[in-house]
Design a protein around this ligand. Structure first.
Ligand SMILES: Cc1cc2nc3c(=O)[nH]c(=O)nc-3n(C[C@H](O)[C@H](O)[C@H](O)COP(=O)(O)OP(=O)(O)OC[C@H]3O[C@@H](n4cnc5c(N)ncnc54)[C@H](O)[C@@H]3O)c2cc1C
Length: 310
């Protein structure tokens, strides 16, 4: 049986950073890239907050460079997806879509999270051209512009407050007549003169050719639709962590995120989690990459402690 010392699931910033570190620790890592090679950054345009690029870098270009770097230092990348796992056995077993079963002494789960979207045609077409799923990442592009934030939870409140530092006006659009966000966050939003709250309303269309120019908002109480000119739309209706295949094998919180302690350790020794899959809070490329680094070093220590490095 061929046993992989360090198997990495996912090829976003967390997985590829883990792969670079594990390669340089002689762990001969194998990485499954999944059905979104490069991860979430491949659907965005300019990334201005990843250190090392004085003028920013395009998301797909950054992820391609990380992949090439991982290969150059010795990572074996398999373009395949994990479909089930058995963590009760040693070595651990991961079944894949096209390459059968893989056996590993340590596993780093870095399968990320998927942002939830409204499902509008204009949303997809204008992604990175005014439509964004990440206010922390893209808020600064909207200096003195008019934007909308969609959602009613703490993330939507946080995003509205963050974007209001740059934008001249923020419409906060929510489909119900009250927010589910914490009271303190709601109060901060209500006290902010740049934020206008629009309850009972849903975006029906995002309009624009090469960039967002307006949205159609449907009021689900009055049945009226109005067109609102603006420059950007931030979707803040939540994320779904990609953990369905791990649910019966590992500790997961109520929202589907893998529970970790000491940064990346799960409840099973030898299984680590890194990046958005275990991070409901920060959800950034650089924080994910940092966790990938930690997970790799933790894997090395586990292998050394259990005499499994040979
Ligand atoms: C539109 C948009 C713009 C963004 N802009 C920025 C920005 O400017 N700056 C910033 O710091 N952050 C930005 N982010 C957030 C950033 O992309 C994420 O925080 C980061 O990509 C998370 O990295 P990750 O490695 O944890 O997971 P992901 O990037 O989500 O990658 C997950 C990987 O896991 C793989 N995978 C999933 N399931 C399986 C499976 N069963 N088997 C094997 N592989 C699997 C996928 O194929 C994918 O490769 C943005 C996000 C979005 C959506």
């Amino acid at each position: 049986m061929n046993i992989i010392k360090n198997l990495i699931l996912g090829s976003g910033p967390a997985g590829l950073t883990a792969a670079i570190y594990s390669s340089r620790s002689n762990l001969e890592p194998v990485l499954l890239s999944g059905n979104e090679p490069g991860g979430q950054l491949t659907v965005t345009s300019l990334v201005e907050n990843f250190p090392g690029f004085e003028n920013g870098i395009l998301g797909p270009e950054l992820m391609n460079s990380m992949r090439e770097q991982a290969i150059n230092v010795g990572t074996k990348i398999i373009d395949d997806t994990a479909i089930s796992v058995d963590f009760s056995k040693k070595p651990f077993v991961v079944s894949t879509e096209r390459n059968g079963e893989l056996y590993a002494h340590t596993i780093i789960i870095s399968t990320g999270a998927s942002a939830k979207w409204l499902g509008l045609e204009g949303e997809k077409r204008l992604m990175g051209k005014g439509v964004s799923g990440c206010a922390t990442c893209d808020g600064a592009f909207f200096k003195e512009k008019v934007v909308a934030v969609v959602g009613g939870g703490d993330s939507a409140m946080e995003d509205s407050l963050f974007v209001s530092k740059f934008a001249s006006k923020v419409y906060l659009i929510h489909r119900r007549d009250e927010f589910r966000a914490s009271k303190i966050m709601q109060d901060r939003v209500k006290d902010n003169p740049k934020i206008e709250i629009i309850f009972n309303s849903e975006i029906k269309d995002i309009i624009g050719e090469d960039k967002v120019v307006s949205i159609d908002i449907f009021n689900n109480k009055t049945g009226e639709t109005k067109n609102v000119p603006l420059d950007g739309v931030f979707i803040a209706i939540g994320h779904t962590p990609n953990t369905s295949i791990f649910k019966s094998s590992i500790d997961i919180d109520d929202n589907g995120y893998i529970k970790v302690h000491d940064f990346t350790k799960t409840n099973i020794a030898g299984i680590f989690a890194a990046g958005d899959v275990s991070d409901p809070k920060y959800k950034q490329a650089i924080s994910s990459a940092g966790m990938g680094c930690i997970a790799s070093i933790d894997s090395l220590h586990f292998l050394e402690d259990n005499n499994l490095t040979q």
